[in-house]
Write a protein that binds this ligand. Sequence first.
Ligand code: ADP
Ligand code: MG
Length: 697
Amino acid sequence: MRPEILYPFFADTISLPGVGGRIATLLEKIIGRRVLDLFWHLPVDIIDRSASPALTDITYDQIVTVEVTIDDHDIPPRGSKRPYRVWCHDDTGKLQLIFFHVKGDYIQRQLPEGELRLISGRVEVYNSQLQMTHPDYMLLPEQRGQIPGVEPVYPLTAGISGKVMAKIVRGALDRLVDLPEWQDAPLLKREGWPSWIEAMKNAHQPESPADLLAASLARTRLAYDEFLANQLALEIMRRQNQKKKGRSLIAKGPLKQQLLDNLPYQLTGAQVRSGAEIEQDLAQPFAMMRLLQGDVGSGKTVVALLAMLVAVGNGVQAAMIAPTEILARQHYAGLCQMTTGMEVRVAILTGRDKGKARALLLDDLQAGKIDILVGTHALFQKDVHYHDLGFAVIDEQHRFGVEQRMALSAKGRPGTTMDVLAMTATPIPRTLTLTAYGDMDVSQLTEKPPGRKAIDTRVVPLNRLDDVVQGIRRAVDAGTRAFWICPLVEESEVLDLAAAEERFRHLEQIFGPRVGLVHGKMKAKEKDAVMDHFVRGEISVLVATTVVEVGVDVPEASIMVIEHAERFGLSQLHQLRGRVGRGMEKSTCLLLYGALKGEAAKARLKIMRETDDGFLIAEEDLRLRGAGELLGTRQSGMPDFRVASIEEHGPLIAMARDDARLILEKDPDLNSDRGRALRVLLYLFERDEGVKYLTSG
Ligand code: ADP
Ligand code: MG
């Protein structure tokens, strides 16, 4: 249960002064729905209004606060586009105030001729005249106190002005309350860190540019809080996993050799190594929690199968869960093929299986007539009972929440924890492994199966679309298959879909019935049907939204077109490109770009052209996103941090990990005073999944 003290933080922003339905909706899009989300929305700049030069001394554009006498008003005639101008002066020079779209006599009332006014805003020097467009403040000289010396500047959301945003965040900060200190007093003292509430206030009220730096004391403290919450949560889960006994599954019997004999290839060194690491874990009497990390096409499936066969050889059932129906079917087909002629019964269960067939399958499962069950979330539905499930493989593990992992574990033998092998195709930069997978051991497939040809990657402007289509047409006529991925439009599925449908209709005019379309809104059955047509070659061009991102294997496809590639994150581009280059043919990836706004977008496409190394790409992705790009975080499965920055605060992660271990060793259920404060921390950063496993004293 969330501590009461945090309730106000989790209230909707609409409860804040000045936030109505329209603004709340705008905020939700970019920042979030709750007051708490505004806490983490930190200023990126400051406006310093303390400069009060004489007008004659102003020689460059700057923000000033000046006291001037108001002179003439130059009022434009009704309907004119000309701005409204007001002249004013001090003892040394003149200044022109400029207003657009003035309605009524507002300016006359604000700036009566002959009176003194305090004006603050950005002065521009134009033709050696001073101009200020729409001053930020126009006050009486005695109201100087109303102008803050330094104002925070927040990252903006379309439709909300800087002034309004600052006011909204101020409103949110009024809800701040002091929280019990969760950090160790000696640590705070050593680092010179302020308390949480002070850190929040300082971070939002920067007084100099130095206060905006990630290295400022306030931001560093907040970052450490966040890493500590992250590491504590992971450590709680890890301890939870270790608490329960696992079972020792020892590799034996003929299955492994039979599989190796079945394979049309030799395992790579990395596959052999990872397989051995997994076997070793399985043999231990504790539960395994291992991550198998390997780029797309690195051959994770066969490693998973080797591990599942260890379970089967011990008379124990294994399950393999995939995030989508398509992937589950593909795994099923792959496993069936690899186990041809072996005494291993493989079955599949997804949301699509219903009625009698499903009932029969569940009976077989419970009777132990199925050795390996592949499927989607359906594998841990309530009425699915295993005979003796002892091992689970989770493919694309970042698509599953902790809850789901737990639900699957609950299907194991009571009193023991199941061995789990998680797999991901998302290479994670080394710095991130601790924060993302601190609760797991990691095996890596760093080497690809031999014989893969490099993918020829080209960056092409969208205005050459017609040439691209013609090129694909020639290739398709020669028997090639192509993926055509449609752009990501602002995280909106509806718009994604519209764009994909439009491209589909366009390509249909050229390719006729040889074009298919798949998108996330389709029913699983329809999606599979289209995929099937593509796999069998009845369709040559598959237009898709990013649903094909993970796992789908069509070796005959050798062209990947990604439209508006500049809108995708690096890791995602890499994943998509990995869909081709799986067959014998030489493959091509065409990155079509629209407008290349910003250096980061250019840099991303350049890296794609230059390298095919997933780990390198992940490092670069991180570096570029550090430069303010946030594309693709969702998809990449990297943990989201609200204040902490992996690049800037990275060294704190290991410190937080050690701290978390020490804390839980001394106070495993977080019941001491500090422990209770740490529970608040976990809720504050929404890393509270594990709290329910703690016993409260
Ligand atoms: P991943 O799931 O890691 O993306 P897969 O397990 O789907 O990769 O394997 C990709 C392809 O590589 C499959 O067609 C598989 O048969 C093949 N493959 C796997 N291991 C090897 C190997 N050692 N040598 C040659 N081909 C391999
Ligand atoms: Mg795979």
